[in-house]
Design a binder for this molecule. Structure first.
Ligand code: GUN
Length: 297
């Protein structure tokens, strides 16, 4: 079997086009643009690229954006003060703090300080709780991108055995929650799965991954899932991005797994582009919510 390639880049482009149209309508209605501010602390090269890509994507879809660059010696208190100012600025609708933060900063306190109504990463306890209860304000960008990808490729997960490999707060845990819901971002067929989550302490992990109809991998280890861990005909979504020499590779060994899976995402060009598309969507929704009911803020 040679797997169908799930083209995340093309799907992300389609979503970005839909968002651009909605942003135009928003601008006509409110005579202003949705605005995102990304806070970047320090000089981490990968973070600089990610934040720059987010800025370019915003510009292309008509969303205003600003990068607030702070030095690597910024203290937690200084960062909290910068967030307080952004929370209070009504022209800013979405705020994100690019991770990872330097070790001297208390990341939990920082993320907790972002106004949940502007928390377009959906990392705050309030937004995580709303998502778990099935009444989301925003969905976290990468897990939401995975759900969009599956549905737009006409892969229903309802009643299927989904195995998530990885339990991070940003990807693994929210993916488990989204797959379990009664209703997904694209309807009931985009939810209602039977979900198992594997992690570093899981025994006999390959036995579990081999049960999966849909295998979602976010473990952060290059080429870690091999063909023997995948059921023939499974759909495999690779959410990893790892640098191997001068190449970017996923968490899934693409060459071997694409021989047994029925469908697979490439890296790059799979889930990555969808993360940015969903950030644009969250920024637009944040702006709509704030301008439609400003008195509730
Ligand atoms: N670093 C890696 N992924 C992310 C993300 O989705 N959001 C933020 N803020 N930082 C990240």
């Amino acid at each position: 079997m040679t797997a169908r390639i799930l083209d995340g880049k093309a799907i992300a482009n389609a979503i970005r086009q839909e968002i651009s149209v909605e942003v135009s309508t928003f601008r006509e209605k409110f005579s202003t643009s949705p605005k995102l501010v990304a806070v970047l602390v320090g000089e981490d090269p990968a973070s600089q690229v990610y934040v720059r890509n987010k800025e370019i994507a915003c510009q292309k879809s008509g969303i205003e954006s600003d990068i607030r660059r702070l030095s690597a010696t910024t203290t937690t208190e200084e960062l909290l003060a910068a967030l307080d100012a952004l929370n209070a600025d009504s022209s800013v609708h979405g705020i994100l703090v690019q991770l990872p933060l330097p070790d001297i900063i208390d990341a939990r306190r920082v993320l907790d300080r972002i106004d949940p109504k502007k928390d377009v990463d959906a990392f705050s306890p309030e937004n995580v709780g709303l998502m778990f209860q099935g009444r989301p304000r925003f969905l976290p960008c990468t897990p939401h991108g995975v759900m969009q990808l599956l549905d737009r490729c006409e892969i229903a997960i309802q009643g299927k055995e989904v195995v998530v490999v990885g339990r991070s707060d940003i990807v693994g845990k929210p993916l488990v929650s989204l797959c379990l819901q009664k209703n997904g971002p694209r309807g009931p067929s985009n939810a209602n799965a039977t979900v198992t989550c594997c992690h570093s302490q899981t025994h006999e992990l390959a036995q579990i991954t081999r049960r999966a109809d849909i295998l979602l991998v976010a473990i952060g280890k290059p080429n870690w899932v091999t063909a023997s861990m995948v059921k023939p005909g499974a759909v495999v979504v690779d959410i990893g991005i790892n640098r191997l020499g001068d190449r970017l590779v996923g968490d899934v060994d693409f060459d071997s797994v694409s021989q047994v899976a029925s469908a697979i995402t490439p890296v790059p060009g799979g889930v990555g582009p969808l993360t940015i598309a969903m950030l644009l969507e969250n920024t637009l929704r944040a702006a709509e919510q704030q301008l439609s009911s400003p008195s509730k803020l």
